[in-house]
Design a protein around this ligand. Structure first.
Ligand code: CO
Ligand code: ZN
Length: 334
């Protein structure tokens, strides 16, 4: 699974620019779906399992990652930019960024007295050009860039610029690979534009019309020095979402996930997140309401260039997702 994770996390796919990562994921799961298509917004939707199943279970893992977008190229060839998704300016400083074309740049800053004054508008990207005309041979206004960092395999732990949410995509792809004859009909959605407001999942859920919706996404952790209090830690297993800012998990879904984890000896923990949201926030408000929940992969240093996960937690999330594909969903009513 680690080689697939590497392929997923190292690929380019800033929100609204998911084509490269979509192609990698489509190639990866081609052999283990009944049907696969890309919808209007760019979501990759793969289905699997009996047409006449009692229930349709939708998983959503977002393909997009946070990034930058060029707003202006100055006479000396420096690029000004804005953020796509939530990035704090100090985490950009001196980072290398890469454009879809492969051109790499580094982020510099105007002189500031205090770190608090380091605002996005003080930063620029230097792509090694000395004039606007030269820079425009490689980059245009409106081009997007992501952090440029390879995967680091620390055996138990993995480090990458885009665990959020390629690790969820990898959990979903691996779940499809490990499924035999699932009891439920599975709609595996690799969604777009989560980082700018859960946009892809909204139209995907309307289209798929599931009986139950599950987001596979990262969550924070509270296990680093003087961290914000949060009862989630790396190595603690799959995190079962109780609540975040986008969703209060459906009680039946939450209980089913807890029961499945208990019954199958899958290491797990409960998650109450005081910030952020996931695709489940959009899914559960689709049509007349969809019972929804979220299986989260605990992650340190979110929305930075070095997001860290625990490989055991990743495996636990695959096991829990697979158990759900074969679970009796009849007790959960719309
Ligand atoms: Co995110
Ligand atoms: Zn995410």
């Amino acid at each position: 699974m680690k080689e697939m994770i590497r392929r997923f996390v190292e690929e380019f796919g800033v929100a609204g620019h998911e084509e490269p990562i979509r192609k990698v994921i489509a190639d990866e799961i081609a052999g283990c779906t009944d049907d696969m298509y890309t919808d209007t917004l760019g979501n990759l939707i793969a289905t699997r399992g009996p047409e006449d199943a009692d229930a349709t279970l939708m998983f959503s893992a977002h393909m997009d990652e946070i990034g930058l977008i060029v707003t202006h190229i100055d006479e000396d060839g420096f690029l000004r930019f804005s953020n796509i998704g939530g990035i704090q300016p100090h985490r950009m400083l001196d980072e290398r960024v890469v454009f879809a074309s492969g051109r790499i740049g580094t982020v510099g800053s105007e002189r500031v007295d205090k770190i608090q004054n380091l605002k996005m508008e003080k930063l620029f990207i230097d792509i090694g050009c000395t004039s606007r005309d030269e820079a425009r041979r490689y980059v245009e206004v409106g081009d997007a860039a992501s952090f440029h960092r390879p995967l680091v395999d620390m055996e138990d732990r993995l480090l990458s610029k885009a665990m959020d949410d390629r690790i969820g995509c990898a959990v979903l792809a691996q779940t499809l690979k490990e499924l035999d004859n699932p009891r439920n009909r599975i709609a595996a959605v690799f969604s777009v534009q989560e980082e700018v407001g859960l946009r892809g999942a909204r139209t995907a859920a309307y289209q798929v019309r599931p009986d139950l919706g599950i987001a596979l996404d990262v969550t924070g952790s509270g296990d680093t020095p003087k961290a914000r209090r949060l009862d989630v830690s790396l190595g603690g297993g799959a995190a079962i979402k109780i609540m975040d800012r986008s969703l209060i998990a459906h009680p039946g879904v939450k209980q089913l996930l807890l029961d499945l984890a208990e019954g199958n000896d899958i290491k797990h923990q409960r998650e109450v997140l005081e910030f952020g949201g996931t695709d489940a926030g959009a899914i559960h408000l689709s049509r007349s309401g969809i019972p929804s929940g979220c299986i989260s992969i605990p992650t340190r240093y979110l929305h930075g260039p070095s997001e860290m996960v625990d490989y055991g937690d990743v495996r636990a999330c695959v096991d829990l997702s697979r158990a759900l594909c074969n679970a009796d969903l009849s007790g959960i009513s719309r």
